[in-house]
Design a protein around this ligand. Structure first.
Ligand code: ATP
Ligand code: MG
Length: 442
């Protein structure tokens, strides 16, 4: 039967699903995110980093110029569109750094000197959704702008280590490399092209294209068939001049002095165009293929490239979903805290009026309180309300029925430890709940 011939079916309302690879944060997981966000806030405060928020949408040029045309992100991962109303070319931000630099330049934030900044929020990349890889995901990132020395490279790495320690993550290892400066990379690039051209037939399609556009990225390839070839390629480290080597060694010395072990990975080039000198990644073996939980490095040329006055900078970004997943695997996720302190039960009518007033008084005193609201707008039995109170995680139930109200009283019931129940004067409910909570924590 066609839908037209079956009006009942035609009227069935279809549900609309979320976009593939873009997830809801459901209440059951909210406490974990809040915990991570608190730790991140404390971390940034401990190192004197200031918060900054940029819009989710930027002019496409911000990322084209900031990230570089020949990168996975700009080539194939960006959500770009034309604003139909005015023809502007816009992009959902795929990462934070280019946007932060845009904001810093636009608002002249480096006018008075260097800045330590941090940001967090959703990022968007059109990738194949899988574990640890989403189309909307969340990053936390820091950017230290206006600092040239290896001290700040080391500082931002120390922040990473402190973060893993705070979160109880084990087995996160640091890999580090130096990309040197543009002239050094140019020399290396020429050597790479000569090397790979000799074995062009062994390169996959992506790499053949990159041979002409960005041969350094060939080193990044995960294609198993090319690993041996890549292993034998000329190493950028061998092309670094004295200054670059000095910077790289100084970073390593500072890390060593702070007991941060790191492995030099000459193949670590990072996906983005804007890096120079130090680059690094934090990697775990616990998450399968998506094992990089954070990465970053120095990007001295970027601020000038985005139209600002030249200033050195470095930073890193972390994938929050991957870190939370690792916390889950490591068993270091905190228990969800109780939803509230008190659950207020009533029988409608005047008892509702009193219950609502009492609930407000509890909140005035800083006590989290849930007032029972019947789903059907009618009254509900004490028994079903007590079940709700138990499920709420509340420590105490405050019960105001007609009998209690007639005596100007409420019943206070301990839900979590003793199960004790006692009558208290309505005017003293707040004090009684405070006494009970203080008593229970002593
Ligand atoms: P990958 O090599 O895994 O694609 P990337 O080099 O593209 O990572 P960056 O641009 O350095 O990643 O972003 C920093 C961090 O953000 C990554 O280390 C990762 O933890 C996280 N991340 C990147 N892309 C995604 C994604 N699609 N879904 C979830 N997290 C992501
Ligand atoms: Mg990627």
């Amino acid at each position: 039967m066609t839908e037209q011939a079956n009006p009942a079916k035609a009227q069935k309302i279809q549900k609309i699903n979320g976009v593939r690879g873009m997830n809801d944060l459901l209440p059951a997981d909210a406490a974990q995110w809040t915990h991570l966000e608190h730790v991140l806030r404390d971390l940034t405060r401990a190192y004197g980093y200031e918060f900054l928020r940029t819009p989710i949408v930027e002019a496409t040029a911000v990322f084209q110029r900031g990230i570089g045309e020949v990168t996975d992100i700009v080539e194939k991962e960006m959500y770009s569109f034309e604003d139909r109303l005015n023809g502007e070319q816009l992009t959902l931000r795929p990462e934070g750094t280019a946007a932060v630099v845009r904001a810093v330049v636009e608002n002249n934030l480096l006018y008075e000197g260097p800045k330590r900044l941090w940001y967090t929020g959703p990022m968007f990349r059109h990738e194949r959704p899988q574990r640890g890889r989403y189309r909307q995901f969340h990053q936390f990132g820091i950017e230290a702008m206006g600092f040239a020395g290896p001290d700040i490279d080391a500082e931002i790495i120390l922040m990473g280590q402190r973060l893993w320690d705070e979160l109880g993550l084990k087995g996160v290892r640091l890999e580090i490399n130096s990309l040197g400066q543009a002239p050094e990379r140019a020399e290396h690039r020429a050597a790479l092209v000569t090397y790979f051209e000799k074995s062009k037939d062994q390169l996959d399609e992506d790499s053949q294209r990159r041979l002409l556009t960005n041969p350094l990225r060939i080193l990044d390839s995960k294609n198993p068939a090319m690993q041996e070839l890549i292993e034998g390629a000329p190493k950028l480290l061998d092309f670094l001049g004295e200054e670059s080597l000095k910077h790289f060694e100084a970073v390593q010395t500072l890390l060593k002095a702070n007991n941060i072990p790191c492995k030099i990975n000459p193949r670590l080039v990072r996906g983005l165009d804007y890096y120079n000198l130090t680059v690094f990644e934090w990697i775990t073996e616990e998450l399968g293929a998506q094992g990089t939980i954070a990465g970053g490095g120095r990007y001295d040329p970027l601020i000038e490239r985005m139209g600002g006055k030249a200033a050195p900078a470095c930073g890193w970004a972390m994938g929050m979903e991957r870190v939370l997943e690792l916390m889950k695997v490591s068993g270091s996720l905190p228990e969800a805290p109780a939803q509230c302190d008190a659950f207020v039960i009533h029988q409608g009518g005047e008892t509702l009026t009193s219950a609502m007033i009492i609930a407000e008084r509890l909140r005035n005193a800083g006590i989290d309180a849930i007032l029972f609201c019947p789903p059907d707008g009618q009254a509900a039995s004490f028994k079903s309300q007590m079940k709700k109170a138990d499920a709420s995680g509340a420590a105490y139930a405050v019960i105001i029925g007609p009998d209690e109200l007639a005596k100007n009283e409420a019943q206070l019931k301990d839900l979590r430890s003793t199960g004790e129940q006692k009558a208290v004067a309505l005017d003293s409910v707040v004090e009684a709940v405070i006494d009970a909570i203080v008593g229970a924590t002593e």
